[in-house]
Design a protein around this ligand. Structure first.
Ligand SMILES: [Zn+2]
Length: 907
């Protein structure tokens, strides 16, 4: 049963997008923001408890194919399966895979049961306007199912190629036009599903009337990327809505963004991604072929899935897959042009098949491609020599798989891409090549339908006797077709397994040049630079509507492709490049060395470039990651590179152009490295500052200060106890990222030391010295006498005391304004000497002194010295100077001899 259509509130409050020529999804409303915000916290919780790989969720899609009143028009299932294979591939990092929901007829007008469901309405097929809800709300109320994503595909959408809604409790639909499904390079479906699961345009609010509501370029401190713009921080701020059409064209024509203006609120020039699927730049200069999503966008869509499956929504995403027999265990054979897969077509209710591949059975399977119902073959032309691949098959209206077949490609295998056609030559009224002849050579082939019969419409005639051709010579080709067809011919001049654009040696550009049912002669002059030896030649045709054959592999509607072998002589020998390096898992943002050897000679202008494939190992969308004039090349991976297991690297030379490919390389993203300070970063000892590093699965931590790594500091948290600039290095999957510095100031408590021991006489004064050993001026102190002092500027600080008796001074309390009470050490003993006596004086020495003595001697008594006129005692060991009674004479002493003595210190 369908649930009630949710209130029209969401539509009514939606803003009309200013730049809707590509996408008609309304700007997110406050209600959208509120709804989505509820799930962010929930997601953060589930993320923290999750371990291991992203679990897969299978999501049903109800495809409503809108056709004309008479049932004509509408997308076909071949294109639909192929496009959904691409969608599944793109959503693998989100943990979502799609299937067609419904268990009725394959094509029919019962919206609940039939899959896909047909809506035969010329009106709906031609008048849906994203900007006028009246043109499509009737569809929603009549045909929406309540347990799957409703995808409507019409011939035309006025003003846009597609539109969807942000996650909401009531709206559950995506609209795209015919081209979004049938054009192999069109990314509109992915873009609209991005909106459906919560992505905004990268330029969201970029021209907001309130400047502070625009996303700034800054990341890290001062960033607003998590609350403004597209709410995703690894997509750079994009000023698209601020730009004039002239500026947009400048970017479009250059295929690069280099505008100095506008600048953001901080005065920083923008540097938007021009390849992001959720930008409008990804449609420029062919880049829509490889629009990318970022890890941040994947994370946001995971929340979008939670929002879309919330139990309080007025719809669910739980339409059951069609119960049907599993596809038979596939077989895999390495053919000249690819790995040929065949499986048992055991079901009569499949809507088509998806082919999935993994390079390790521990890795998620990637959806390689989709074929229509009844087709049980697929050719995987994206493979590397020496690699092992595992394949499995799923019906596109099922979530269950066939068994897995594994195959290892021989080391010496080279592969040519397989062509793609929408219409099978042998299944439909056909348009095929009937004759290929090179006059004056052994090649003279008359042929009918291709064999085996499949959607590739491909015939492999490479085993026929080759034509012997001389480089630089001209030859007349005789071509014939079953109907009027555009044609193009390639020779793989550098024998690298790829038909590159410069290797096209002939093509038709006008209708008059097309081939047809009468033989046509084409004069072709071969390049002088052909490589000697057996060389692949391709003849490819396509219908008039294609506008001409421009690519040796891409999808055309009708036509055929035939490959031949020709033998070249008098050509050149191409140099070779051999990649030596093998690559363990790499890290986004990392720098690496790629070593290679070469043989043969390159021109003086040659440079070598390192290119990184897209996440699926394809170089059509390769990114240059390094260049130089010889081995090794330093490779710098982009810091925001999406993680993936199927990247490949190749080294290509510019002059002469040859290349070498690596095997699959795993790339991990750099862990996020940031530090959060709990509370104040400026504290007084012994309080420490608590620093918390970012958290993530498998993160390991190394804390550092300005002098290096801190010993034993490997937890997520650090209690910083010193004034320092702290950083944390975070490692995940062998990828390391280091945070910026966080300054911590630990102010010491004031600490003073008292010194200044001295002996004085009763009437004298002494200076105590207070030195500051930690902390800062000014400080207040209390002496043990109770006196208080404030020292604002002197170190050491002098306190003058005049004790009357021997006193030991200490400091009983010290404090400063910065950190309060501190500590004091030391003491000062001020000895107050007794009242002194006059000198000289007559002393009685009780000791038995040795004799004779010099007239003036300093002796050390061993006994007690007595002062004759009194009874003052001196402690043994005091020095006294004895003056002889007669100068120059001698004297002797006995007990109680009387001397005149001078005592050190007497007055
Ligand atoms: Zn959009």
């Amino acid at each position: 049963m369908k649930k009630q259509l949710y209130s029209l509130f969401w539509l009514i409050v939606s803003c009309i997008p200013l730049f809707g020529q590509n996408c008609g999804t309304p700007s997110p409303t406050d209600a959208d923001e509120f709804f989505f915000g509820k799930f962010i916290h929930k997601h953060a919780k589930s993320k923290n408890t999750r371990a291991g790989a992203v679990p897969l969720n299978y999501v049903p899609v109800k495809v409503h194919i809108i056709r004309n009143d008479d049932g004509s028009g509408g997308v076909d299932l071949i294109a639909l399966n192929a496009k959904f294979a691409e969608l599944n591939r793109a959503f693998l990092p989100v943990g979502l895979q799609f299937y067609f929901g419904g268990s009725g007829s394959i094509g029919g007008t019962n919206p609940t049961a039939d899959s896909p469901h047909f809506i035969n309405s010329t009106t709906y097929n031609t008048t849906i306007n994203y900007n006028n809800a009246n043109t499509f709300t009737g569809i929603l109320s009549a045909y929406n199912v309540s347990n799957a994503i409703n995808l409507y595909i019409s011939s035309t959408i006025i003003g846009a190629e597609g539109f969807a809604t942000q996650p909401s409790p009531g709206f559950n639909h995506v609209f795209v036009n015919y081209l979004a499904i049938t054009n192999t390079v069109n990314k509109t479906l992915l873009h609209e599903f991005g909106h459906y699961f919560g992505l905004y345009h990268t330029f969201q609010d970029s021209n907001h009337a309130t400047v502070s509501n625009r996303e700034v370029v800054t990341r890290g401190l001062g960033a607003n990327c998590s609350t403004k713009g597209d709410r995703v921080c690894d997509t750079p701020a994009d000023p698209y809505e601020q730009l004039s059409s002239t500026q947009r064209n400048t970017v479009n024509n250059a295929c690069t963004y280099a505008l100095a203006t506008p600048i953001d609120a901080n005065g920083v020039p923008y540097q938007p991604s021009i390849t992001n699927v959720m930008s409008y730049w990804s449609r420029i200069c062919g880049l829509n072929q490889h629009g990318q999503l970022t890890p941040g966008q994947y994370e946001r869509m995971k929340i979008g899935y939670i929002a879309r499956t919330d139990p309080s929504n007025q719809y669910t995403l739980d339409c059951a897959p069609t119960n049907q027999p599993l596809p038979g265990l596939p077989t895999a054979v390495v053919g000249t042009n690819g790995i040929i897969l065949q499986w048992g077509d055991n079901s009569i209710t499949e809507t088509g098949y998806f082919v999935e591949r993994a390079e390790s059975t521990n890795e998620p399977y990637i959806c390689l491609g989709g074929v229509g119902p009844g087709t049980n073959t697929y050719i995987d032309s994206e493979f590397s020599a020496g690699r092992t691949y595992h394949y499995r098959i799923r019906a596109s209206n099922s979530t269950d798989f066939s068994g897995v077949v594994s195959i290892t490609v021989p080391q010496n295998q080279t592969g040519y891409c397989f062509p793609v056609y929408t219409n099978q030559v042998c299944a439909l009224v056909s348009s095929f090549i009937t004759k290929v002849k090179i006059n004056g050579t052994a090649l003279d082939n008359t042929s009918d339908f291709p064999s085996p019969c499949n959607a590739n419409n491909f015939s492999d005639f490479t085993a026929l006797p080759p034509a012997a051709l001389v480089a630089g010579q001209s030859y007349t080709f005789t071509l014939k077709g079953s109907t009027s067809l555009h044609y193009a011919i390639w020779i793989d001049a550098n024998q690298n397994g790829t038909f590159e654009t410069p290797e096209m040696i002939a093509k038709s550009t006008t209708s008059g040049e097309m081939i047809g049912t009468t033989e046509k002669s084409v004069l072709v002059t071969l390049p002088a630079t052909l490589l000697n030896g057996a060389t692949r030649m391709r003849v490819r045709t396509a219908d008039f509507a294609s506008g001409g054959v421009t690519n040796a592999c891409s999808r055309y509607t009708v036509g055929e492709t035939e490959d031949y072998t020709v033998t070249i002589s008098n050509g050149s020998s191409l140099p070779q490049i051999q990649l030596l390096s093998t690559f363990p898992p790499l890290c986004a943002g990392g720098n690496y060395q790629a070593s290679f050897t070469t043989s043969g000679s390159f021109s003086g202008n040659n440079t070598f470039k390192a290119e990184l494939s897209d996440t699926y190992g394809n170089f059509a969308a390769g990114t240059e990651v390094g260049s130089g004039t010889g081995s090794p090349l330093t490779i710098s991976l982009p810091p925001l590179l999406a993680p993936g297991s199927y990247y490949r690297l190749r080294i290509i030379s510019t002059d002469i152009s040859v290349s070498t490919n690596s095997e699959s390389i795993r790339v991990y993203s750099k862990p996020e490295a940031s530090i959060t300070v709990s509370g104040n970063a400026v504290v007084c000892a012994p309080t420490t500052v608590s620093l918390t590093a970012a958290t993530g699965e498998g993160y390991t931590y190394t804390w550092k200060n300005s002098t290096g790594t801190l010993p034993n500091a490997t937890s997520q948290m650090l209690a910083a106890a010193q004034t320092e600039n702290y950083r944390v290095e975070i490692s995940q999957n062998g990828c390391i990222n280091e945070s910026g510095p966080v300054a911590v100031t630990i102010n010491p408590k004031v600490q003073v030391n008292l010194s200044g021991a001295a002996s004085i006489y009763a009437s004298q004064s002494a200076n105590l010295s207070v030195s500051l050993t930690a902390g800062t001026l000014p400080y207040q102190l209390t002496l043990s006498t109770g006196q208080q002092f404030t020292n604002s500027m002197n170190n050491p600080f002098t306190i003058t005391v005049s004790p009357t008796t021997t006193t030991t001074y200490t400091i009983t309390q010290v404090s400063n304004t910065q950190c309060g009470a501190g500590t004091a050490a030391g003491s000062a003993l001020i000895t107050v000497l007794p009242t002194q006596f006059p000198c000289p004086q007559t002393l009685v020495v009780h000791a038995s002194l040795p004799a004779p003595y010099q007239a003036s001697e300093t002796i050390t008594t061993t006994g007690t010295i007595q002062y004759t006129s009194g009874n003052i005692s001196y402690t043994a060991g005091k020095s006294i100077t004895i003056t002889s009674p007669a100068a120059g004479g001698f004297w002797q002493s006995g007990p109680n001899t009387v001397f005149e003595a001078k005592i050190t210190g007497c007055q």
